[in-house]
Design a protein around this ligand. Structure first.
Ligand code: ZN
Length: 344
């Protein structure tokens, strides 16, 4: 994570509302986060040479590039581009959405912000899309657990389903398979002198590697579908732990592949190999999120999975840095309303 030169500091939602009291303050904060040292940068030619446009333009943060003569604001290319909602309401939505363990529903947000539910539904989808965005950049390594689960359905069983024994890979009518890839945390407990009390020794847990989960919504759970995704996201030579599902056969060509025999009710083998963490993630998803969203369609499932992976992967961050991280990712290709509802 890039170190953020933040002009204003706050630690809670309450403090943010006073630290960033209006759209202009929020916009300046975003400029600090997205531009190096907050220096205006042309989105087209990347030049820092600019004119600041006066009066109304200045309030909106409009600049003109000295090189290519184009006008721009920090919103160009972000989820805020072309939005009439105003930065402050956006910031409130982003803060609440990433800070609340269960997210927030569009209905609740529309009451809180005084916007229509449709507008809020669209805002949340844009936020959700940028929350999960860093996932593709870094390959997982160390010890990596694999597992799939089945989600959704048109009938009343609209929840993350527990895998039915012996049924992996079979067609689950109107359920969508999701592959989970989880890098295990590596930590060690060290002993060090107490920071205040002389002579006292305390124990401290040091994280050498964070737990990181990635989810991929997949059409089926065959080897030809799963293996390219695993190869892309897991570094060669890593330890991979999975159950004995046949789709995972052949992974030992590139990885140290260890299998757990779930049919024999084995969950941790004698060497300590387990898929408990990734299975725990599925359970966590069920409890943390699915109560908030009443409708979960296959079309939006990847975005929901990414949203939850983001919360899981950054749970040790405090709300403010996680908020900053979300803003930092806000300049990824934005989602238009037509894309979202599937119209061209
Ligand atoms: Zn330019």
């Amino acid at each position: 994570m890039k170190e953020i030169f933040a002009v204003r500091n706050f630690n809670t939602f309450f403090e943010m509302v006073s630290a960033l009291p209006d759209d202009a303050a929020c916009r300046q904060y975003l400029e600090q986060i997205l531009w190096t040292n907050g220096t205006p940068t042309c989105p087209d030619c990347k030049s820092n040479e600019h004119y600041k446009l006066s009066s109304k333009g200045e309030f909106k943060g409009q600049y003109k590039c000295k090189e290519c003569k184009k006008r721009y604001t920090v919103a160009i290319g972000t989820i805020f581009e072309g939005s009439h909602i105003g930065y402050k309401k956006w910031f409130v939505a982003i803060y609440l959405f990433q800070a609340h363990k269960k997210g927030i529903s569009s209905l609740q947000l529309s009451r809180d912000l005084g916007l229509t539910q449709k507008t809020c539904w669209f805002m949340l989808h844009r936020i959700r899309k940028v929350m999960g965005v860093t996932d593709d950049e870094v390959q997982l390594d160390g010890t990596v657990q694999l597992d799939e689960t089945f989600v959704g359905g048109k009938n009343k069983n609209r929840h993350w389903d527990k895998k039915v024994p012996q049924s992996q890979g079979r067609a689950h009518i109107d359920k969508t398979p999701v592959l989970g890839i989880l890098q295990q945390a590596e930590k060690e407990v060290i002993e060090r002198p107490h920071k205040v009390i002389p002579g006292k020794i305390v124990k401290e847990t040091i994280y050498l590697k964070n737990a990181v989960v990635k989810c991929a919504v997949v059409p089926d759970t065959k080897g030809d579908t799963l293996k390219p995704i695993i190869n892309k996201h897991v570094k060669d030579g890593s330890i991979i732990v999975s159950d004995e599902w046949q789709a995972y056969q052949g992974l030992n060509a590139k990885y140290d592949h260890r299998t757990i025999d779930h049919r024999a009710k084995q969950y941790v083998d004698q060497a300590g190999n387990t898929t408990n963490a990734v299975e725990g993630f599925w359970t966590w998803l069920k409890r943390s999120n699915m109560g908030v969203y009443h409708v979960l369609s296959r079309k939006h499932l990847q975005a929901y999975a990414n949203e939850n992976a983001f919360r899981y992967n950054n749970f040790r961050l405090k709300d403010k840095p996680r908020f900053d991280l979300t803003l930092q990712q806000s300049n990824t290709p934005r989602l238009t309303y037509k894309q979202l509802i599937g119209k061209k």
